[in-house]
Design a protein around this ligand. Structure first.
Ligand code: 13P
Length: 306
């Protein structure tokens, strides 16, 4: 089937089965085009909590679909490619976090949403890059906190809020690999052009940019700015929405195909496997009910507080 036929078939199946497609901004343009809702992690979690569809097809990575299932136990959550994982989430194994917690019984666990359901179940509160600075304030200033799994986001929160959270040694394979020298070269090539970055980048890069924020925060910041050019330090999937909202603006990214600075997992979602998943109602994400209930509590706390 060609792309247009696939899109028409996907739309037909969505209607027929009362299905909704949620997609992250990092997915392929054609996936974002057929999604009912495109967002960052926080917006997608909120949307998953609100939908009255019978089927949620999640075009993102595994932990995002898990979050949708945790919030919607009676709904069918479909994942076009079960192998679309998250390198950052994989940095924190639940058994290791459980052992670490046992060694630090007086610590609370604050986890970034990019983690498995099993890690969420061990956490007191979940945050996304969009609400982390606000939600950490939910804990008293002297609270001892373990932050998992992203050391760069944790370091950013510590610096911005004066906290001293203990940081799990995990990182995103995309954002952690952007090089300071490459950013400096891009800035030199485009003098005076403002820059934005995702807080999963290393501190040395975040220091060099004008604005740090989640995917949605960067999109708003750029869209509201008068500047006609921007240097964008995050996954290149964001360019689709950026260009859509700002057709008159030019963007320069650190994306380098040769270095694979792009999230291959997000790009595993495509029209073919979305069509097949909707048609067959498979692969379906299933979850142990006890685990789901434990993982739900810190997500619910996040949604109430943010
Ligand atoms: P956002 O919270 O900005 O959507 O980030 C998601 C993510 O996985 C970044 O790597």
């Amino acid at each position: 089937m060609d792309k247009e036929t696939l899109k028409a078939e996907i739309n037909r199946l969505k209607k027929e089965k009362n299905a909704i497609i949620l997609a992250h901004y990092y997915t392929l343009p054609e996936v974002q085009e057929i999604a009912d809702f495109v967002g960052d992690s926080l917006a997608l979690a909120r949307k998953a909590a609100q939908t009255d569809a019978d089927i949620i097809l999640f075009a993102g990575v595994h932990f995002m679909a898990e979050t949708a299932k945790i919030l919607n136990p009676t709904k069918k959550v479909l994942v076009p490619d079960m192998s679309a994982g998250c390198v950052l989430a994989d940095c924190c194994q639940a058994s290791k976090l459980a052992a670490f917690k046992a060694e630090h019984p007086d610590y609370k666990v604050l986890s970034y949403v990019n983690c498995s359901a099993a890690v969420k179940a061990l956490s007191d509160l979940i945050v996304t890059s969009g609400n982390a600075l606000k939600l950490v304030e939910h804990f008293p200033a002297d609270e001892k906190i373990i932050f998992a799994p992203d050391r760069n986001l944790g370091d950013y929160i510590n610096r911005m809020t004066g906290r001293n959270m203990m940081l799990w040694d995990g990182a995103c394979s995309i954002h952690d690999h952007y090089e300071l020298e490459a950013l400096k070269a891009l800035k030199e090539a485009h003098p005076g052009v403002p820059s934005v970055a995702h807080p999963e980048c290393r501190h040395e890069l975040l220091e060099q940019v004008d604005f740090v924020g989640s995917t949605a925060a960067m999109l708003s910041h750029i869209s509201e700015s008068d500047s006609k050019e921007f240097i964008v330090v995050t996954e290149s999937g964001i360019l689709y929405e950026l260009q859509k909202r700002n057709p008159d603006k030019t963007f320069y990214t650190l994306y380098n195909a040769a270095l694979e600075h792009d999230c291959v997992n997000m790009k595993k979602n495509n029209l073919e496997n979305i069509y097949a998943a909707l048609q067959n109602e498979n692969p379906e994400l299933l979850m142990d009910e006890e685990l789901r209930q434990k993982a739900l509590l810190p997500i619910q706390r996040m949604l109430e507080l943010s």
